[in-house]
Design a protein around this ligand. Structure first.
Ligand SMILES: Cc1cc2nc3c(=O)[nH]c(=O)nc-3n(C[C@H](O)[C@H](O)[C@H](O)COP(=O)(O)OP(=O)(O)OC[C@H]3O[C@@H](n4cnc5c(N)ncnc54)[C@H](O)[C@@H]3O)c2cc1C
Length: 427
């Protein structure tokens, strides 16, 4: 056993209000820097974020009930930016980004460790963090010019600039090869036309990272490019705010149109017609970070259910004493533990720059199903009270369902896995 691995860490460090269910054995997998980051993130999440989570949910609900249009946007932005500033001050934003852009350079693994811990605190701001600091922005880091990186990454990490990701359209979801939004170069400006739907955070964003077809003469995957588009640009119109099952609690998820939106040539992100490559790369990272955040929420559901089961008495004993309940806890724990290892493995691959499309798909499929099963069990353990807003399970439950659709559905993950496996057999 590597003694240094546990230097300075006691079991009590791992047994905070939330997070007690993570096996100390998990730290065997982490490098000392990762282990230290996990503990710091957990302490911050449990001590600073978790106690304020309820109040933050209430604030958002009040704004949504009382304000519309620009006023509502300004107020929601204010809370989102405040949350991101708090994270920046605590060194909890920017794991994916080098120090020169204001990041902490903790890599994909570091980002995942933070994702799990922050999500487990149940603060509504966590969605804006994932959307603004991961989706779209990671592509700027990987494919952006120096000027684009300097212009966009530092203000995003500081919470000043908000961003979102725009892939999906009314007619295309899983099948991006049917993308209809186009961008045409006219002189030194790109002119964009089309529609984007389900843009999480689009209502609050200053910029979106957007995919459009730039060469209609070839297969869309060979003629797609990526752009940085300002949301306040003339020709960008929000058509509809979608009322979703969950994230509307915080984020404005929008359907918007682009009508002759002419942006500078320099807003092209990455090489011309290489947008599909940018997209696939972006999705690999998005999938693992999304997995870890969902797992963090599932862990919270598990911990709430486990604690509840020791206190709730029926038939003269705590319900945890019934095998029908305790076996559910065992299954939940096992799924979370196994799912975490899978995310960690894939995050390491991505960090090393190894192609991980198959592994990302395997991870996303497994974690989405595991999270759904865990949260469903948690709801069952709490019985009727779990279905009410007295406990956070109902919110986690609604969010967990999205994971089987967003960032590539379960079926698309199976399609990707089967394709890669069969390709291997065929050579
Ligand atoms: C809350 C929320 C937030 C989102 N945020 C964003 C965002 O920020 N940015 C963004 O660009 N998009 C976002 N999306 C869109 C999301 O990525 C898509 O919903 C998802 O990719 C599925 O596309 P679709 O909804 O059009 O379903 P469809 O593609 O129409 O699929 C419908 C059903 O058919 C199945 N199906 C499709 N093709 C196949 C196949 N080949 N084999 C088997 N089954 C198949 C699907 O699995 C699904 O069950 C968001 C969606 C939601 C609900």
């Amino acid at each position: 056993m590597d003694e240094d691995l546990f230097k300075g860490i006691t079991l009590d460090d791992l047994k905070m209000a939330g997070g007690w269910s993570v096996s100390p054995g998990q730290t065997y997998l982490y490098a000392p820097r990762e282990r230290e980051l996990m503990l710091r993130a957990r302490a911050f999440a449990q001590q600073e974020l978790a106690p304020k989570a309820q109040e933050a949910h209430g604030q958002v609900r009040e704004i949504k009930a009382g304000y519309q249009g620009k006023e509502r946007r300004a107020r929601l932005r204010e809370i989102a930016q405040g949350y991101l500033r708090t994270l920046a001050e605590a060194g909890m934003s920017g794991s994916l980004y080098p120090e020169q852009y204001g990041g902490s350079n903790a890599g994909v693994v570091g980002e995942c460790l933070i994702d799990e811990e922050l999500a487990a605190a149940g603060h509504p701001g966590d969605t804006i963090r994932s959307v603004s600091l991961v989706l779209g922005t990671v592509s700027i880091l990987r494919y952006g010019t120096d000027a684009q990186k300097k212009r966009h990454i530092p203000p995003r990490l500081a919470g000043e600039e908000l961003s979102a990701l725009a892939i999906t359209e009314p007619q295309i979801g899983s099948d991006t090869s049917r993308m209809q939004t186009t961008a045409v170069l006219e002189g030194d400006r790109w002119v964009l036309n089309g529609q984007k739907r389900f843009c999480t955070g689009g209502g609050l964003a200053d910029y979106v990272t957007l995919f459009a077809i730039t060469d209609t003469s070839t297969h869309p995957h060979k003629g797609m490019s990526c752009f940085i588009v300002p949301m306040d640009h003339p020709g960008v119109t929000i058509r509809r705010q979608l009322d979703e099952v969950i994230m509307a609690d915080w984020m404005d998820n929008v359907h918007f149109e682009l009508n002759d939106v002419d942006i500078p040539k320099e807003n092209l992100l990455g090489p011309l017609n290489a947008g599909y490559h940018v997209l696939m790369d972006e999705l690999d990272t998005e999938r693992v970070t999304y997995c870890m955040a969902s797992l963090g929420s599932a862990r919270r559901a598990f911990e709430v259910a486990a604690e509840y089961s020791t206190k709730r008495v029926q038939f003269k004993q705590p319900i945890a004493m019934f095998e029908g309940v305790s076996f559910k806890l065992a299954e939940m724990y096992t799924r979370i533990d196994a799912a975490r290892q899978l995310v960690y493995r894939t995050a390491k691959m991505i960090e090393a720059g190894t192609p991980a499309q198959l592994e990302s798909a395997v991870t996303k499929l497994f974690v989405a199903e595991a999270v759904w099963q865990v949260v469903d069990h948690a709801m069952q353990v709490l019985g009727g009270i779990g279905y009410t807003t007295d406990f956070p399970i109902q919110a986690i439950f609604r969010n967990a369902r999205l994971m089987r659709i967003g960032a590539g559905s379960d079926e698309i993950m199976k399609f990707l896995i089967a394709r890669e496996v069969l390709r291997t057999i065929k050579g």
